[in-house]
Design a protein around this ligand. Structure first.
Ligand code: IVH
Length: 692
C-alpha cells in the first residue's frame, strides 16, 4: 500500500480521471476507456479510500453515481435514488461481502436472490392505474432524463399492466409466498394496479441487433458502437424515437420499487412477471453462497451462447426488511453486490521493462507489472513487442496502463494513462548491449527488432535453462523442452530467475495450457524454491561443475555466501577439487553477469536450505560407486542417502573407491572394482549399511 502522502496524490488523480471519463461515458456516450479499465481504476480508488478513510471526499466517484442528466431531455426526479452496486470479482471477495453483512447482522438469513447482470442501461418505469406514464434514465441517481417516448417503442416494456388471475395469485403464494397472507397479497395487487407503481430494470440490445446495427454503420462509414451498453444508451437517447424503434431494444425488469407489504425480493420478481414485465429466466433463489457460486459458474459457461451480453450476477439479500436494515454505504446498498465476471480490461502499473533475448537473438521488451487479475487469471508480464510499440503507447516505467486479456490469449498493454503520472516515471531506454552476453546490439535492415548476433550468447541456449530445472538441479516437474522453448519464444524467460516470476496468466496462452494446468505449473515452480546448496550450485551450470563437484563445494563451504567469497586458494584447498575446476568456479563467481543472475534468484525468493545432516555421519570419508539397477530404491535416492550420511558418490571406480554397490545388470564398473580389488556390496548389504 502507498504511504498516505502518495495515496492522497494518487486518489486525487484517479478522481479527476474517473470523473472525466464517466462524463464522456454517461453523458456524451463516447469514451476512450473501456468499462473494465474504468472499473479497475474505480476499484483502486475504493481500495485507497478503504485504507485511508480520511481521504474520502464528498465528490469522490465512489460516493455518488457519476453522470449528469443530459440537458436535451426533461428531468425526472427519482422517488428513491437509483443506486449502483459494489463489485466483487472472486469467490473470496463474494464470501467476504457476506461476512461483512454477518458482522452487522449476526443472525443473517443466508437466502439470496441472484439475477443475471445485463450489460445495458438502467431505467425506471412509472405506472399510474396500471398505465405506463413515465420512463427515465438513472442520470446522476437522483434526477434522470425523461425518455418516455423512446421507452414506449420497446415491445418488452408493458404499456398497460395485466391483472393476475386468482389462480395465478394462489400459485404465487404456494411457490413464493413465505410470510405473505392471501388477503394481504390481494390488497397489494389492487393498490399497485389502481395507484402508482414503479419498476426498474435494464434496457439492453441483443447480440444480433448490435451486429446488425454495427454492420450498417460500417457500411455507411459511421462509427460503430464499442459495446452493447453504449449501443443501448445511444439508442435510448435519440431525440427521434423512430430511430430508437429501429434499434430493436429489449428489456428485463429487476426491481419493484413500490414493494410495500411484500416480504422478499423474489416476490417482487414473481409479481412483476404476473404484471407483464419480462424477467431473466436464469434468475434464481440461492440458499447459500455455494448456490450463488454454482449459478455464477453455470451462467459463466453459458455466457457465450446467450443471445445478449451479460457481465456477472447480481446477488442480493432476499429478505426485504433485512435489505432495508442493512442500508446504503456511499452509492451502493450494502445488501446487494455485483459478482462480476473477470474483466478483460484492467489497469495496473508498469514497474520495469526487461529486455529478453529470444532463441533467435531478437531482444524483446517485456513489461513487468504489478500482478493483476484479468480474464480469470493473474498476469504480471506483457510483451511490448518492440521500440516502435513503446513509442506508440508513449509508455514510461511507472505508468499506469490498461491491460487487455481475452480468454486465453496473450495479455496486451493497449494504453498508457499519462494523466496519472507523478513525475517520477522513467523513460524506457533500449539496451546498447545484449543484456545476457554484453555483445553490442544491432538493428537489422528494415526491421524494428533489436538483435544480439552473438551465436554463443547464453540466452539463446535452451540447454542452460533445461539444465537449471533438471531432476538433480531444481527438479521442476512439468517443465520439459517444449514448454521451455515456448517460454523463451514468448519472451517470458531469458534467465533462470524469470521462471520464479511467472504467474498463471503468463503461461495460460501457451500451447497446451489451460487455466488449471497453468496454475499447476506455476505452483510446481514455486514449490521448487527451497533447494540445497549442492543442487543450487549444480543448477548454475558452471563449467566443469557436475553433481559430485557441486556436493564437494557445498560441503566444503556450507553457505552460498562463503562459496561466493572463496578465494582461488580456498577453492584449491578443497581435497576433491582440482586446479582447473577451482579456477572455473572462481572465475564464474567473479563474473558480474553471474553475480547478477544469483542475486536475482535470491531476490525472487529462492532459498538455500541449511544443510540436512544426519546426526551421525557414519559414511564420512567413504566414497561409493553405484552400478546396475537397485530394486528397492532409485539411483537418485541411494545417492541422497549416502550424501546425507556424510559419504561421497563417484561415477568412476578408482583407488579411492571405498565400495562399489552392484545392482542387477551391472556395467563394467563391477569388473573394474574386482580388478582393482575394491570391495563390492550387494544391494542387501548396502541397505543394511544405511540402517541406523
Ligand atoms: S439490481 C442498486 N439487477 O447494474 C442497483 N442491476 O452495477 C440495483 N444491472 O445500475 C440494481 N442487470 O443498471 C440489478 N439484474 C440486475 C441488473 C442490474 C444489470 C445494472 C444496473 C445497475 C448496475 C449496477
Amino acid at each position: 500500500m502507498l504511504n498516505k502522502k502518495d495515496a492522497a496524490e494518487r486518489a486525487r488523480k484517479l478522481r479527476t480521471l474517473i470523473t472525466e471519463e464517466r462524463y464522456k461515458y454517461h453523458v456524451l456516450d463516447k469514451s476512450d476507456l473501456s468499462e473494465g479499465a474504468l472499473d479497475s481504476l474505480k476499484h483502486e480508488l475504493w481500495e485507497i479510500e478503504q485504507a485511508y478513510p480520511e481521504l474520502v471526499t464528498p465528490d469522490s466517484p465512489t460516493q455518488r453515481v457519476a453522470g449528469k442528466a443530459s440537458s436535451q431531455f426533461g428531468k425526472v426526479p427519482h422517488a428513491r435514488p437509483m443506486l449502483s452496486l459494489e463489485d466483487v470479482f472472486t469467490r473470496e471477495e463474494m464470501e467476504e461481502w457476506v461476512e461483512r453483512l454477518r458482522r452487522r447482522v449476526p443472525h443473517l438469513k443466508t437466502d439470496f436472490y441472484a439475477e443475471i447482470k445485463m450489460d445495458g442501461l438502467a431505467v425506471s418505469l412509472e405506472y399510474e392505474k396500471g398505465v405506463f406514464v413515465r420512463g427515465s434514465t438513472r442520470g446522476d441517481g437522483r434526477v434522470g432524463e425523461n425518455i418516455t417516448q423512446n421507452l414506449k417503442t420497446i415491445e418488452a416494456i408493458p404499456l398497460v399492466l395485466r391483472r393476475p388471475s386468482e389462480g395465478e395469485l394462489k400459485t404465487f403464494l404456494k411457490a413464493h409466498g413465505a410470510g405473505l397472507a392471501a388477503a394481504a397479497l390481494s390488497k397489494i395487487v389492487d393498490r399497485l394496479l389502481s395507484g402508482s407503481l414503479e419498476a426498474r430494470g435494464e434496457v439492453y440490445m441483443t447480440k444480433k441487433a448490435l451486429d446488425r446495427i454495427n454492420a450498417a454503420a460500417r457500411k455507411a462509414g459511421e462509427p460503430e458502437f464499442a459495446n452493447p451498453r453504449n449501443a443501448a444508451a445511444g439508442s435510448l437517447r435519440q431525440l427521434d424515437s423512430s430511430i430508437t424503434a429501429s434499434r430493436k431494444l429489449d428489456f428485463f425488469a429487476y426491481d419493484l420499487v413500490t414493494n410495500d407489504g411484500l416480504v422478499t425480493h423474489e416476490q417482487c420478481h414473481e409479481l412483476m412477471k404476473l404484471f407483464g414485465f419480462p424477467a431473466n429466466p436464469l434468475n434464481a433463489l440461492c440458499r447459500t453462497t455455494d448456490d450463488v457460486q454454482a449459478l455464477y459458474d453455470h451462467v459463466g459457461k453459458k455466457r457465450e451462447t446467450l443471445p445478449y451480453w451479460i457481465d456477472g450476477v447480481v446477488v442480493g439479500v432476499n429478505d426485504l426488511a433485512l435489505f432495508e436494515r442493512l442500508g446504503v454505504v456511499g452509492k451502493a446498498p450494502r445488501g446487494m453486490a455485483a459478482y462480476k465476471f473477470p474483466a478483460e480490461a484492467v489497469t495496473t502499473v508498469v514497474r520495469d521493462v526487461r529486455w529478453q533475448v529470444g532463441r533467435t537473438g531478437v531482444i524483446t521488451p517485456v513489461a513487468v507489472m504489478d500482478p493483476v487479475f484479468v480474464a480469470g487469471t493473474t498476469v504480471r508480464h506483457a510483451t511490448l513487442h518492440n521500440l516502435d510499440e513503446i513509442k506508440r503507447l508513449g509508455l514510461k516505467i511507472g505508468d499506469t496502463v490498461v491491460l487487455h486479456k481475452a480468454g486465453d490469449v496473450i495479455p496486451k498493454v493497449v494504453q498508457a494513462l499519462p494523466k496519472l503520472r507523478t513525475g517520477k516515471e522513467k523513460a524506457i531506454v533500449a539496451p546498447r548491449t545484449c543484456p545476457s552476453c554484453g555483445t553490442p546490439v544491432t538493428r537489422r535492415e528494415g526491421e524494428v527488432a533489436l538483435v544480439c548476433e552473438n551465436p554463443d550468447c547464453e540466452a539463446k541456449d535452451l540447454g542452460r535453462l533445461l539444465h537449471f530445472v533438471s531432476k538433480r538441479a531444481f527438479d521442476i516437474d512439468g517443465l520439459g523442452d517444449k514448454i521451455m522453448e515456448q517460454l523463451i519464444a514468448a519472451s517470458l524467460v531469458t534467465e533462470p530467475a524469470d521462471l520464479f516470476e511467472l504467474v498463471p496468466g503468463d503461461v495460460e496462452p501457451l500451447e497446451g495450457f489451460a487455466e488449471k494446468s497453468s496454475r499447476q505449473l506455476v505452483a510446481s515452480i514455486q514449490g521448487a524454491k527451497k533447494i540445497s546448496l549442492a543442487r543450487f550450485v549444480l543448477a548454475l551450470g558452471i563449467r566443469h561443475v557436475g553433481e559430485e563437484t557441486a556436493v564437494e563445494l557445498a560441503r566444503a563451504f556450507g553457505t552460498l555466501e562463503k562459496l561466493r567469497a572463496a578465494s582461488l586458494d580456498d577453492l584449491k584447498a578443497v581435497a576433491q577439487i582440482g586446479d582447473v575446476v577451482a579456477e572455473s568456479v572462481h572465475a564464474s563467481f567473479r563474473n558480474p553477469r553471474r553475480q547478477k543472475e544469483i542475486d536475482r534468484l535470491l531476490e525472487v525468493g529462492v532459498e538455500i536450505e541449511k544443510p540436512k545432516r544426519a546426526a551421525a555421519q557414519p559414511f564420512a570419508g567413504l566414497t561409493f560407486v553405484l552400478t546396475g539397477t537397485l530394486e528397492s530404491l532409485s539411483r537418485d535416492e541411494a545417492k541422497d542417502r549416502i550424501l546425507e550420511l556424510g559419504g561421497r558418490v563417484s561415477s568412476s571406480v578408482g583407488k579411492d573407491t571405498s565400495f562399489v554397490v552392484v545392482g542387477a545388470d551391472p556395467g563394467s564398473k563391477a569388473e573394474k572394482a574386482k580388478k582393482l580389488g575394491r570391495p563390492v556390496l550387494s544391494e542387501k548389504a548396502f541397505l543394511a549399511m544405511l540402517k541406523p
